[in-house]
Design a protein around this ligand. Structure first.
Ligand code: PMV
Length: 334
């Protein structure tokens, strides 16, 4: 039996634009997915997912490796989550040259599912790490990240970027542009996350941005402008090293606000996300923006004080609020 865990993430900058090769800066946060695998004598795969952060339901199913899970899932999201495990196990089998390896897989996650905190990437990364370790192969972090990207792409029809999977594997702040993936160290950024209890449909939201970008030059310019915001932001992070000054936090916050405005222009925000963003800003956060695909789910604010948490707590659309520490460690076998 082997257990591995991997962190979720917030996007400091750059979601959606990263799909078109612009840079993005996600930061890993101390909310982890933990996956335990146990070798079976046969080639079957049995996945048990507990506590996926939506009212604590549990599902169990059997699936023969390589086929889509035949599961009467309570929600489409849960169905998607089990699909991610399937794709991750395929990658582990491939890495170990063990196409018939069967597993019992148990998934636990502290990361809201589909809410823009990289829940699926964390599950995929942890599953690959646990299953390859159980098969006795030593896979380097960069290979885990690449295989996790392939697994996510397979489930998401090729529209995934490497940002979530690379960040979850490496931990800390990272910079991803196309297949150029780098670590940026561990900047001490005071993140507060607000969660509206919902989730956007990543595929639909990505397709919506693509359609706008194809139709209007100014939408394409908006995507490029997000890239410019990210380039400025990553310089600030590099200059600040791991200890940003008050001034740096102020400017990073202003850039987050700008980034959110551009995402809103691209149609991927929502009323509940905007309400949380404005509540955080009015409470004195240096900046706030949606994180991830949008449409619903989470916002991230930058704030060292208590005011933002209280204000979000009082916001009707906000279901959960928490302080998110940077996860300096990425994937690890427990
Ligand atoms: O909502 P998340 O955490 O799955 O992030 C999606 C981010 C996008 O840029 C919209 C898509 C991607 O794969 O990068």
């Amino acid at each position: 039996m082997v257990t591995a865990s991997a962190p979720g993430k917030v996007y400091l900058f750059g979601e959606h634009a990263v799909v078109y090769g612009e840079p993005a800066v996600p930061c890993a946060i101390e909310r982890r997915a933990t996956v335990t695998v146990d070798r079976r004598d046969d080639a079957r795969l049995r996945v048990e997912s507990a506590d996926l952060h939506i009212s604590g339901f549990t599902v169990e199913y059997d699936a023969v490796g390589g086929t889509a899970p035949d599961v009467d899932a309570p929600t489409p999201l849960l169905e998607a989550a089990t699909g991610y495990v399937d794709a991750a196990i395929e990658q582990a089998r491939d890495a170990a040259d063990a196409p018939d390896a069967g597993f019992d897989v148990h998934v636990e996650s502290e990361i809201p599912l589909g809410g823009g905190l990289g829940s699926s990437a964390a599950v995929v990364v942890a599953t690959i790490a646990a299953a390859t370790a159980a098969l006795g192969v030593d896979v380097e972090d960069r290979e885990i990240a690449e295989r996790a990207y392939r697994a996510e792409s397979a489930v998401q029809d090729g529209e995934a970027s490497r940002a979530d999977t690379f960040c979850s594997t490496m931990g800390g702040a990272v910079r991803v542009a196309g297949d150029d993936c780098r670590t940026l160290g561990n900047p001490d950024l005071p993140f507060v996350v607000g969660y509206d209890g919902g989730a956007g449909d990543t595929g639909e939201l990505v397709a919506g941005v693509r359609a706008l970008r194809d139709e209007y030059d100014f939408a394409a310019d908006t995507v490029s402008a997000i890239g410019d915001v990210v380039r400025r932001g990553e310089t600030l992070i590099a200059d600040a090293a791991d200890d940003p000054t008050e001034e740096t936090l102020e400017e990073l916050g202003a850039l987050m606000n700008f980034n959110h405005g551009l995402l809103e222009a691209l149609g991927v925000s929502s009323r509940s996300l905007d309400e949380m963003v404005w509540a955080a800003r009015e409470a004195g956060a240096a900046g706030a923006k949606l994180t991830g695909a949008g449409g619903g789910g989470c916002i991230v604010a930058l704030d060292a004080g208590e005011g933002t948490e209280t204000a979000l707590d009082l916001t009707p659309t906000c279901e959960d609020v928490f302080r998110a520490e940077l996860a300096t460690e990425g994937v690890r076998v427990e």
